[in-house]
Ligand binder design. Structure first.
Ligand code: DMJ
Length: 623
């Protein structure tokens, strides 16, 4: 029923058009007031952030109304702001930051200049000074600029080489393992299998960090955080290569930044390698399928043997991993390898390159400080250094092994060059691998770190081997050293000294070992010749290995126009360029009494001597 006063009044069916307009305007305004905010706010402001901002405004109270810059009061020129206003703004900004985190921070961009001042500190997880060390990571700050401008320029040149190698990898092979700089595509296959493991990223990232290449470092870090995993990889990987490049690289990144992501990834990779240790002796196999855990040795390796330089080059990474995770398992695995080796008879005090993981017996009696043996000896010395010189057993094993090698395998050529030959069943093969050129640095470091009856000899040999490797470089047309070089005895009709003879010995694949020895000897002696030799090598790399799209190995170091092999090895970024960069840095960058380099040039902190060691709050039970 209708109200009385309307009963006799005729009903109006519609509004006048002016009334209609007025109503529409009112409705539209109401709609705008209610829903306009949703359309006007930026896309990335989710409702939680909107609420946070709203709450912040509530809290800020009257401070939110910051006055506009005033007309300059007395005593201030027109460019200066009233300190009270500046103070208010700072206070407000600090409050907003505290509430919202760093959502207002803009990412920094980096210019590639030559001064350290231009390098912003490498970003990492937020540091809060009130928290304990494990939770408040101390960032490693790369420095090391030499006072001499000429040296600084050389260091900048090496940095530019790194940028060239990295940018082209990024452009043509990002996320793949390595770059083919001439064909401008990914280099797959070889030791990493066909999977995209980003080997160049993981291997090269600490070099970018050391060089202060912040933007590039962040790109790599981001890729590792989001993409790097072995979970769905059904490939057989080399336990040794995966350890030295991936576990080693990630551990260094953790030591530098304290970013737990790197530690977790390192542990993830190491865990995938563990099935390889399930052998009757605990000596690991060479290859492991990281999906199934099935492990095996190379068919060519002396009756199913494991290889000395492979199972003997796990100690630094696995020990350190135990210390930063608090899980003793990794250290137990490598301690067991040590124990097996310690108990075995060594023919003439030497370690053969092959050991059967099932029987625990040596395979063929081949000994070498080059391929198949090399980094086993390196890790004996470095395990002792890494432990803060407490792992006495490692030092003793090192001394004994090197004394036997000096006696049985090191010789001097008729021309006076010191070299280390291979030994096969009691016979010396007067050939030295490029790989063995790291031994110049190794002997010298051994001498420098402990004074005893061997130290003078060790230093003399260290210098001698480094000199020989340099000779192998400068006797080549390209001034780059061959993969292996030979020596003949005085009676030979055509005497040979530090020179490759076979075609498969004449290539240079961007290897680092000679530069590693230049770097170590430079640090220990400050003899200018090591920097000069390094600079000569930089020029040779630029002339013969640089291409428009990265760096390539060459097939014959003795030719004026050598063919390129079209591979930019990941160790070129991890090792070769890092050692050259360090050679032209001053001693404050990665001092040798605080850092020890793994065999892939990834620096690991020395226990008790380096705050970046980052020992887990609950230490592993092993010392
Ligand atoms: C690197 O992967 C390591 O230095 C390893 O110990 C030997 N070979 C290469 C570089 O030549």
């Amino acid at each position: 029923m209708l109200p009385l006063h309307t009963r006799n009044t005729p009903q109006r069916k519609s509004f006048h058009s002016r009334e209609k307009c007025l109503i529409a305007l009112v409705l539209f305004t109401l709609f705008l007031l209610c829903f306009g905010g949703f359309f006007l706010l930026p896309d990335n402001f989710n409702s939680e952030r909107v609420i946070k901002v709203y709450k912040q405004f509530q809290k800020a109270g009257p401070e939110i109304f910051i006055p506009a810059p005033p007309i300059a009061p007395h005593g201030l020129n027109s460019n200066e702001e009233d300190p009270h206003i500046v103070g208010d703004r700072a206070k407000l900004q600090a409050k907003i930051k505290e509430e919202l985190g760093d959502i207002f921070d803009r990412p920094e961009t980096v210019k590639h200049g030559d001064s350290e001042q231009q390098q912003p500190p490498i970003p990492g997880p937020p540091v809060k000074s009130t928290e304990p060390q494990e939770a408040a990571p101390l960032l490693f700050k790369p420095s090391g600029q030499d006072p001499d401008p000429e040296v600084r320029e050389k260091r900048e040149k090496v940095k530019e080489m790194m940028i060239h190698a990295w940018e082209n990898y990024k452009l043509y092979a990002w996320g793949k393992n390595e770059l083919r700089p001439i064909s401008r595509q990914a280099h797959s296959g070889s030791i990493f299998g066909a999977y995209d493991l980003g080997a160049t990223i993981v291997d090269g990232l600490d070099t970018l960090y050391i060089m202060g290449l912040t933007k590039e470092f962040e790109e790599g870090r981001d890729w590792i955080a989001r993409r790097f995993s072995l979970d769905n990889v059904s490939a057989e990987l080399s336990v040794f290569e995966t350890n030295i490049r991936f576990v080693g690289g990630l551990l260094t990144l953790y030591a530098f930044t304290g970013d737990p992501m790197f530690k977790e990834k390192a542990q993830h990779v190491a865990d995938k390698l563990l099935p390889a240790f399930q052998t009757p002796t605990g000596i690991p196999y060479s290859l492991v399928n990281v999906k199934t855990g099935t492990s095996k040795n190379y068919g060519w390796a002396s009756g199913g043997s494991s290889i000395l330089s492979e199972f003997g080059t796990l100690h630094l990474e696995f020990s350190y991993l135990s210390d930063i995770t608090g899980n003793p398992l990794y250290k137990e695995r490598v301690q067991n390898i040590r124990q097996v080796l310690k108990e075995l008879d060594k023919p003439k005090g030497l370690y053969p390159n092959y050991l059967n993981p099932k029987t625990g017996k040596w395979g063929q009696q081949h000994m070498s400080l080059g391929a198949l043996g090399d980094s086993f000896y390196e890790y004996l010395l470095k395990a002792w250094i890494q432990s803060g010189q407490t792992d006495i057993e490692a030092r003793e094993l090192f001394e004994d092994a090197m004394v036997a090698i000096i006696d049985k395998m090191i010789r001097t050529s008729p021309g006076g060059l010191t070299y280390v030959s291979d030994m096969k069943f009691d016979r010396l093969e007067h050939k030295m691998d490029h790989l063995a050129c790291f031994a110049g640095g190794l002997f010298s470091l051994g001498a420098h770190t402990k004074q005893n009856e061997n130290s003078d000899k060790f230093m003399e040999i260290g210098k001698g081997i480094t000199n020989t490797c340099h000779e192998s470089y400068i006797r080549a047309r390209t001034h780059l050293g061959p993969e292996a070089f030979r020596f003949s005895d005085a009676q030979a009709s055509e005497p040979v000294e530090a020179r490759a003879l076979k075609s498969q010995e004449k290539y240079y694949i961007l290897r680092p070992e000679t530069f590693e020895s230049y770097f170590v000897l430079w640090r220990l002696t400050h003899d200018q010749k090591y920097r000069d030799w390094g600079w000569d090598a930089v020029q040779a790399l630029e002339k013969y290995c640089r291409t428009d799209h990265g760096y390539s190995g060459i097939r014959n170091v003795y030719l004026d126009k050598p063919q390129k092999d079209d591979v930019q090895q990941s160790f070129f970024l991890a090792e070769t360029l890092k050692y050259l960069y360090l050679l032209f840095s001053d001693d404050s960058l990665l001092p040798l009494d605080e850092w020890v380099f793994n065999t892939e040039a990834h620096p690991l902190p020395i226990r008790g001597a380096n705050l970046h060691y980052r020992m887990a709050a609950v230490p592993s039970s092993l010392p």
